[in-house]
Design a binder for this molecule. Structure first.
Ligand code: HEC
Length: 97
């Protein structure tokens, strides 16, 4: 059974802290993304996080890669590995099922 053996996902699941991720998202991401279900003011610059979470083409690995090296129009945010892990963990909590 090789299912789930992704190159960057080896070793113990490096599960980020979704609570910290949510706080980070509100500070750094909300200007362009709808980052939370209860977010009232929004722009449509970037896709809502719920949409990203439910997009099967966006995995933990691809999101981590994106956040490590984002490209325009997204700002280059100098996020630490820990912060990226927390953000990805948070986005995952928005997945519908
Ligand atoms: C300056 C506006 C801006 C900010 C700030 C921003 N984003 Fe984005 N983001 C975008 C845009 C626009 C896209 C769509 C880019 C595309 O599809 O080419 C995007 C796409 C994404 C994607 C999907 C990448 C993919 O694989 O297609 C993720 C994940 C993401 N953003 C996460 C974040 C996170 C986490 C933060 C906060 C740390 C953040 N963004 C902050 C504008 C922004």
């Amino acid at each position: 059974m090789l299912a789930g053996s992704l190159p960057l996902a080896s070793g113990p699941a490096s599960s980020g802290d979704a609570e910290t991720g949510r706080a980070l998202a509100r500070i750094w991401c909300a200007q362009c993304h709808v980052v939370a279900l209860d977010q009232e003011r929004a722009t449509d610059v970037g896709p809502p996080f719920t949409e990203i979470a439910n997009d099967p083409t966006k995995s933990n690995v691809s999101m981590t890669a994106w956040l490590t090296d984002p490209h325009p129009p997204m700002l280059t945010l100098s996020l630490s590995k820990k912060q990226i892990g927390d953000l990805v963990a948070y986005i995952k909590t928005l997945k519908a099922n």
